[in-house]
Design a protein around this ligand. Sequence first.
Ligand SMILES: [Zn+2]
Ligand SMILES: [Zn+2]
Length: 285
Amino acid sequence: MDLVIDLLRESAINVVQALTYMLIPAVVFLGLGWHFKGRDFLPDLRSALPETGLTLKILVFNALFAGPVLAVVITALHSWLVTNDLVLFRPESWASLPTVLVLFLAVFLADFFSYWRHRLDHSALLWPAHAVHHSDTHVTWITTNRWHPINLLTVHGLVGSAILMMGFPAYAVIFNGMLRGYYGYFIHADLPFTFGRWGKYIVSPAMHRWHHSAEEKAFDKNFAEIFCLFDRMFGTFYLPGPCDGPLGVADDMQPTLKSQMSYPLRPSAYARLVRRAPTSEETAA
Ligand SMILES: [Zn+2]
Ligand SMILES: [Zn+2]
């Protein structure tokens, strides 16, 4: 009984922490939207509300149920890496380098790992879980919190393990996690920023919006989170300008928590060998 109470308390703390973590971004992105979107701000905000509500339900579901399980699985995975001596470098190995360089390398390498993790998420096997993130038809900063638990396992299990294996000191790991978290909010924000010529180097909100586009020409493009280098190196960079077209997927998911969470458990979700764009009726639904 005590264990159940402890787990419930832990889950309640997770929910409060997850929601608290979003307070500052909420104020910042509502302010930026108000300032830069002008008269489109309120109508766009209103039309995004149903998807925002669903994302919040997914967030609370993950904090209550998936988070504690994932924490155990990922901790076990990391312990296994450490006990089997699979950590390639020690924090001391980085001590001779300037702090700024260590921070840059941690972010840069994490972006490389994250790029390939994201390409893997777009494979036929992992797409049904990743499609939950892409199912948002009104992407806003809050979409950063829309993940299926299986996808959270690839995000934190694969990329987290790769970072652990690099043996970065704690300060660099924390810095990378915070930057990636807040920058993730920024690139999902419904803001008309392409960054001009800097958009070839740093991921902009427009670039990531193309990643969420329902148009076939943008499928499997723009996997990076911070630097554009890996998309440009591996031929997946796509930024023709602002992305104003429809967003979302053609996958057979309803905008409900149950449908989204159960989607990767349905064998039919894996029948898709070629991704197709949603029809205009599906986009309007
Ligand atoms: Zn994706
Ligand atoms: Zn995204």
